[in-house]
Design a protein around this ligand. Structure first.
Ligand code: UDP
Length: 323
């Protein structure tokens, strides 16, 4: 298929593009490079350096390239930042996404795959989390993603769009070629690995007084190649709806730190700090819907193998992408 991938220069998007191309799809990457990196874009993808804020550029792109499906990964995606700057989240993740959706609908696109998040659930009523749980986000990031999920459902009714909504849990790991490089890094695993690389002196643990076994937050870490495989399956005819994408197992922040020490064989100094605003204590997926309907199941399930892949990439690219 010919697929337009927004955010295809970013961490998750670039891995999706890599796997799509490996499977024989044709890919157009649409990215403003605000977070992404030119070097992360697969050389066989056609790159359009533009912004989703521009409806004119979007229409031009659809007219010229005629994609058959859209995978919308581009977004602002930091919980902490969203608590300080909600406007950025509602503009990028809702208003700009509507521009994209309108351009797609005007060009007759049906299949629209959207990167949503487990942050749409807020503090879950029960664990592991199924898609049927109430969605009550506790930060503007989760709210912005939920708003666009709802918009997609209206477009499904009114314009016959076929939305596939993926609620990612914590994306982690690397392919041999593509890894995690944010210009300002806030994510747990790359921040720990920076200490192992000698680029930071210590790793911060945000909150040690949660109601969990060791007092730190629990997350479900899912490898980016597994996420990418789900996107490829989403392109199959007849697939629609919302799916959780996670491993179904949770690791606390302390367990992740310890696994990083074991994988890297290097000391990692930690400092315990107060809770970060907007963080739910535990997020773990029940991904059985993706398994039953999408026929998707993750391949890289152990936290050690996920961290190992990230560590290999960071050792090869100690300063990330060079652009
Ligand atoms: N976290 C931490 N130290 C860091 C970065 C993150 O303790 O340097 C915690 C964070 O509070 C959360 C978990 O690790 O409980 C995962 O955070 P991350 O930012 O990686 O992903 P999120 O769950 O926010 O999408």
């Amino acid at each position: 298929m010919k697929v337009l991938v927004t955010g295809g220069a970013g961490y998750i998007g670039s891995a999706c593009v890599e796997h799509l191309i490996q499977e024989g799809h044709q890919v157009i990457v649409y990215d403003n490079l605000s977070e992404g990196h030119r070097d992360a874009i697969h050389p066989d993808a056609h790159f359009i350096h533009n912004d989703l804020a521009s409806s004119i550029d979007l229409h031009g792109c659809f007219q010229k390239h005629n994609p058959e499906a859209v995978i919308h990964v581009a977004a602002s995606a930091l919980v902490g930042e969203s608590m300080a700057n909600p406007s950025k989240y509602f503009t990028n993740n809702v208003a700009n996404a509507v521009n994209l959706l309108d351009a797609a609908v005007n060009h007759g696109i049906k299949k629209f795959v959207f990167s949503s998040t487990c942050a749409t659930y807020g503090i879950p009523e029960s664990l592991p989390m199924a898609e049927s749980l109430p969605q009550l986000p506790i930060n503007p990031y989760g709210e912005s993603k939920l708003m666009f999920e709802k918009i997609l459902l209206w477009y499904q009714k009114i314009h016959n769009v076929e939305p596939v909504i993926f609620r990612y849990f914590n994306a982690a790991g690397a392919t041999p070629e593509r890894g995690e490089h944010h210009r300002i890094e806030t994510h747990l695993i790359p921040n720990i690995l920076k200490v192992a690389l000698g680029q930071s002196s210590e790793c911060m643990i945000f909150g040690t007084d949660y109601d969990t076994q060791d007092g730190t937050c629990i997350r479900d870490y899912i490898h980016i190649s597994d996420l990418a495989q789900a996107h490829i399956k989403a392109l199959n005819p007849g697939i629609q709806g919302a799916f959780n994408l996670g491993n179904g197992g949770g690791y606390s922040v302390r367990q992740v730190v310890n696994a990083c020490i074991e994988v890297t064989q290097r000391p990692i100094k930690i400092v315990e700090l107060p809770r970060r605003e907007g963080d739910p204590p535990i997020l773990v997926a029940n991904a059985s819907k993706a398994s039953n309907i999408l026929r998707w199941s993750p391949g890289l399930t152990s936290i050690h193998s996920i961290i190992s892949s990230a560590w290999d990439w960071h050792l090869k690219h100690p300063h990330g992408y060079l652009d």
